[in-house]
Design a protein around this ligand. Structure first.
Ligand SMILES: Nc1ncnc2c1ncn2[C@@H]1O[C@H](COP(=O)(O)OP(=O)(O)O)[C@@H](O)[C@H]1O
Ligand SMILES: [Mg+2]
Length: 1107
């Protein structure tokens, strides 16, 4: 079944006509009949050329399935029966392939199906454009922005259960491949008065009902709300439930959509808190309270609701309460506060609720835009979808309807501009034969409303800004004065008497004859709504909220940014945004969907002819068909046309030299297109029928295929030929090489065979000669051999005989010897046993010792005294000899070693020996001194001119000259001193000047003390009562302590014949002047690294910390 449909053309199985252009005869009656007939057969879409008329079926039809999407995908517009998908496909492909920005303009009355149409377009585009994870996310976000915006911006009206109460224009952005990148949504004037009051039979915005019925207990509790609608003043009760609408389910859908679009949980919650706040604001009630001056002052009746609002929004209750009771007017640095009466307080409350809600809505749009905005900066192609509130006529029409209808006027204007006017003007411009078709141009109505000097909006603004008392009545009066003569304006009070008798026209109203019908506007509320005033106290209170979202919605409440200038009025804002929209639309290629409402009852299957007739009239659809029929479906400049189709004609393919127009003429002639199907304009070719165009396209497609085949053919031929030539050349080369190789091989074989044969023959010949020669030689040699054998035999015989003779002679001698031996043994037997054993033993021993010494001589170890090697002992009985020999040898080599020493070195060793005896195993510093040679005079005084005086002062031999640290007796700090030791004296001199500071005769030195640790401190104790001891003992530290102490000891010993007392102890007493001070060495304190530190603790203790 589906397959059948796919094949059907616009013309097949057609109910009525699918394209009104084909309608015959054309008049209003046939037009409506055709629509009705199609509507009755569930054909809700009909074309007028490329414009789609859509009649709202008010029931779901099975024509939007994925299979349908596939059917319409990439098909020509007129190929299948009319459908909104065909238009979407055309727009999308034109965007993708021809790089033309598109806009889809959807117009119609409220409830005619615009919003549905816009969603269908979007879902179709989403279904056919690119695929992939990233692209899908973009699509999903774009589509899911709808439920969110609908929840907050749509409401049930008497015309439509899901009426958009804001205008929406959405730009979908694509990359060059046609993959969606993102989008931008613009919103136009939300009908915010609905927040506080709804006309009978209508509801507030969906979100309020959705929240109350869909939120969990927990969430409601958090938002301090109750499920019962009747608890809230702002919710009208008479239509709280809408048939077929499940608010609770929709709430879940909205939450889910918010999540997909990218709202964080926190953001979503904040939004719901604002919604709750708005609801609860409606429950704040005021009561009058008399004041002294007789005026009434309003007071809040029940503060509980206020308290909860403040808790929800984190506003200080007092601040909000005050904002509801006072109004502060600021002018030129002056602030005047007046109290509000009850009516003013209610006005303030409602203004706050409206503002809060409408600002929340704008915030939502911005937030969604942030999520769906394209992430790249590449050039984008744009498809705009405009779904704006439809033309509205209610019982009571107010400012909102006025604005909405103005917007529709503008859209009609753009439709007229682009389809009726522009098209006709183009024919004239292009010099095409043309009979003008009349249509109603609504520019005059637009002018009535928007004219900058005397348009209604300008009047309203003027009235709002005028000083003095301004009321809706004064505004009406003004209108009466200015617009009275305008054809489309009617009012009871107008000076022009033409309406004086029109009793259908009440006072305090004015009527405008819109293109779509007359609308009576109640003037009440115009001034207020245009002013859109929110008392500053309230906006400031809101700004003080702890709730971040609410705070951000009221930036003007920031006292630091007080702006005394009036904000632009609602009317002028709207006018400006509509103007921008129009400008934007004009730059794009328009695609029209004109929605028609078949009845006022929102019911399926009912086609109210008069209602439809009215819409057709004001939409100018009949004129549209006429222009379309008289005109041409398609036009294109000559150059691109020739470029596109030149391959269809031999003369123009591949290059046409002449002017493009004549090229196209030739082309069309060649193709035998009937003359009436096209016309030549000045710069463009006009094609009357789309079918002709499609025919051209088909031919082109066919031709392109042929051309492609041709190119393919030539290319394949070329490829095969070159391939063949290459193969042929290669074959010749290979054959040549192979032949050469084969011949070489054969030659080699023959050559080697010849050699083999040759060698065999030569071998055979040589062997033959050899055999002959051998035979001759053997014949010659035979005689000699025989002779030799004969001689040999004779000689051997002689030898045998001689041997026999000799043996006989020898036997005689042996027997004789044995006989003699026997005789001797018999004679000497008695002597032998007594002596032989001892002699043999001695002899053997002697031999062994001799051998031992000879061996030792070879195995002697080296002459180094430290060589521990000694040959092992060969015989046990030589043990003591072996040891003794080792000892003697060691002593001998030591002596030999010592004999090499000079006297000086001997002295050094003596000194080292002395040091070892004094300090080994007693002082931890000792082992490090073993390797250091004792130099004594580290400081070469004689060579340094600085010390000349010092040198002169000393006559004796200097044993030690070294810089030491002298520890200050008072504080433990150290100073450098030159330490000099001579044969008789110990001297201390200043390191810089060389001046002698102290001189101590060695006889006065009694003792040297030091610690057992690894430090260089030592004390030199002096004889009590001696002259040198007046200042006390010395405490030094030196790097060469061991050497100095040793030298001091030796010198004292040699000079005074007394052993110097050397005390090694970690605690010893030192005489400092009169005091005896204990020098104590303690372990530890790594702070100063490895340097020992000295500190005077008190006058009895000097502490040296040794690391
Ligand atoms: N193509 C359609 N198929 C089925 N029902 C539709 C279709 N178009 C509109 N409707 C019905 O009409 C109602 C109103 O349509 P809507 O698009 O909201 O009107 P508008 O935006 O023009 O005010 C929708 O809620 C839906 O029930
Ligand atoms: Mg709508």
């Amino acid at each position: 079944m589906a397959k059948m449909e796919v094949k059907s053309s616009l013309l097949d199985n057609m109910i009525g006509v699918g394209d009104m252009v084909l309608l015959e005869p054309l008049n209003e009656e046939t037009f409506i009949d055709n629509l009705k007939k199609r509507f009755d057969h569930s054909e809700i879409y009909t074309y007028i050329g490329s414009v789609v008329i859509s009649v709202n079926p008010y029931r779901s039809l099975p024509i939007y399935s994925p299979e349908k999407v596939e059917d319409y995908r990439n098909r020509n517009f007129y190929e299948l029966s009319p459908h909104i998908f065909a238009l979407s496909d055309e727009a999308y492909r034109s965007l993708r392939d021809q790089d033309k920005d598109q806009c889809i303009l959807i117009t119609g009355e409220s409830g005619a199906g615009k919003t549905e149409a816009s969603k269908l377009v979007m879902s179709y585009v989403a279904a056919v454009c690119g695929k992939g994870a990233e692209v899908n996310q973009v699509k999903e976000q774009l589509l899911q922005s709808n439920p969110v915006l609908e929840a907050f911006g749509n409401a049930k009206t008497v015309r439509n259960d899901n009426s958009s109460r804001f205008g929406k224009y959405m730009d979908i952005e694509f990359d060059f491949k046609g993959d969606p990148l993102g989008g931008v949504i613009s919103n136009y004037l939300l009908e915010k008065s609905r927040v506080v009051k709804q006309p009978r039979g209508e509801r507030n915005f969906h979100v309020f009902y959705q929240l109350l019925s869909g939120a969990s207990e927990e969430l409601l509790h958090k938002l301090k709300l109750e499920q019962d609608f009747s608890r809230y003043n702002y919710l009208s009760l008479d239509s709280a439930k809408v048939n077929g609408v499940d608010d609770a389910a929709n709430f879940r859908t909205v939450r889910n959509a918010m999540q997909i679009v990218g709202f964080s949980d926190h953001e979503a919650e904040s939004v719901l808190e604002v919604v709750a706040t708005v609801l609860k604001l409606g429950n704040i009630e005021f009561k009058p309270e008399s004041r002294v001056n007789g005026l009434d002052e309003s007071k809040i009746k029940d503060k509980n609701e206020l308290k909860e609002i403040c808790e929800l929004t984190s506003i200080d209750q007092l601040v909000l309460e005050r904002a509801f009771s006072f109004r502060t007017v600021e002018a030129k640095q002056e602030k005047v506060s007046t109290t509000l009466n009850v009516a003013q307080a209610y006005y303030a409350r409602d203004a706050l609720a409206k503002n809060l809600y409408s600002r929340l809505f704008s915030w939502l749009v911005n937030r969604i835009n942030e999520s769906i905005k394209a992430q790249t900066k590449v050039r984008k192609k744009v498809m705009g979808v405009l779904d704006i509130y439809g033309f509205e006529i209610f019982e009571d029409n107010s400012f909102e309807q006025f604005i909405i209808n103005y917007c529709n006027e503008k859209l009609q204007q753009i439709f007229i501009e682009l389809t009726l006017k522009e098209e006709q003007e183009e024919y004239i411009r292009e010099d095409i034969e043309w009979t003008h078709i009349d249509y109603f141009n609504n520019a005059i109505i637009c002018d009535l409303i928007e004219n900058n000097t005397n348009g209604i909006l300008a009047m309203l603004d003027e009235e709002c800004l005028r000083p003095g008392t301004v009321t809706d009545e004064t505004f009406l009066e003004k209108l009466n004065q200015v617009c009275a003569t305008h054809q489309h304006f009617e009012s009871r009070m107008s000076k022009c008497s033409r309406f004086l008798n029109d009793t259908t026209l009440p006072h305090s109203c004015f009527r405008i004859q819109h293109y779509a019908g007359k609308v009576l506007y109640q003037v009440e509320g115009f001034v207020d709504k245009n002013n859109d005033l929110l008392y500053r106290d309230l906006s400031q209170a809101m700004w003080k909220a702890g709730h971040a979202l609410i705070k951000s919605l009221f930036p003007e409440g920031n006292p630091a940014k007080v702006n005394l200038k009036r904000p632009p009025t609602a009317g002028s804002q709207f006018k400006a945004s509509v103007a921008t929209l129009m400008k934007n639309l004009q730059t794009k290629n328009p695609n029209y969907i004109r929605c028609i409402k078949p009845n006022d009852k929102k019911a399926a299957h009912i086609f109210n002819e008069s209602l439809v007739c009215h819409q057709i009239r004001y939409l100018g659809l009949l004129e549209n068909v006429r222009v379309r029929r008289a005109g041409y479906a398609f036009r294109q400049a000559y150059e691109p046309c020739l470029e596109r189709y030149k391959m269809l004609c031999k003369q123009t393919w591949p290059h046409w030299k002449g002017p493009a127009r004549s090229g196209v003429e030739i082309l069309f002639n060649e193709l035998e297109i009937p003359m009436e199907e096209y016309s030549f304009g000045r710069s463009k070719i006009f094609i009357r029928n789309p079918r002709t165009l499609f025919q051209l396209e088909d031919l082109r497609k066919q031709r392109l295929e042929d051309l492609a085949t041709l190119i393919q053919k030539i290319y394949r031929g070329w490829k095969c030929r070159t391939h063949f030539l290459l193969m042929k050349k290669s074959q010749v080369v290979i054959a040549a090489w192979y032949r050469r190789y084969a011949q070489q091989k054969r030659y080699q074989q023959i050559k080697s065979s010849a050699l083999v044969i040759q060698s065999y023959i030569r071998g055979w010949k040589a062997r033959k000669i050899l055999r002959e020669l051998k035979h001759q030689k053997r014949c010659k040699e035979a005689a000699t051999t025989i002779a030799a054998y004969w001689h040999g035999t004779q000689a051997r015989r002689e030898l045998k005989r001689l041997k026999e003779e000799a043996r006989r002679k020898h036997a005689v001698a042996v027997i004789w010897a044995y006989w003699l031996g026997l005789k001797v043994r018999r004679e000497y037997r008695k002597f032998f046993r007594a002596n032989a054993g001892k002699k043999i033993y001695e002899f053997t021993l002697q031999r062994i010792v001799q051998k031992y010494f000879l061996d030792m001589k070879n195995k002697m170890p080296s002459l180094s005294p430290i060589d521990k090697n000694w040959p092992s002992r060969p015989y046990l009985f030589l043990d003591s000899t072996h040891k003794e020999l080792k000892r003697i040898f060691h002593l001998w080599r030591c002596k030999k070693y010592r004999d090499q020493f000079t006297d000086q070195r001997k002295l050094v060793y003596e000194e080292k020996l002395e040091a070892s005896e004094l300090f080994k195993d007693k002082k931890a510093l000792y082992p490090s001194s073993v390797g250091q040679p004792f130099q004594g005079a580290y400081l070469e005084i004689s060579k340094n001119p600085k010390y000349k005086k010092l040198k002169d002062a000393i006559e004796e031999k200097i044993i030690i000259a070294e810089v030491v640290n002298k520890i200050n007796r008072a504080n433990g700090k150290s100073t450098s001193r030159i330490f000099l030791l001579t044969n008789n004296n110990l001297l201390l001199a200043d390191q810089k000047s060389g001046q002698i500071k102290s001189e101590v005769p060695l006889v006065d030195v009694t003792k040297v003390s030091m610690s057992s640790q690894n430090d260089g401190f030592f004390a030199v104790h002096l004889k009590e009562g001696s002259e040198a001891a007046s200042k006390g003992d010395f405490l030094f530290s030196s790097d060469h302590l061991i050497e100095m102490a040793t030298k001091l000891y030796r010198t004292t010993l040699s000079q005074t014949k007394q052993k110097l007392n050397i005390e090694i102890s970690d605690e010893f007493l030192v005489q400092f002047r009169q005091d005896k001070v204990c020098v104590k060495f303690i372990q530890g304190n790594q702070k100063n690294g490895s340097v020992p530190t000295c500190k005077r603790r008190n006058n009895r203790l000097l502490e040296v910390a040794v690391p």
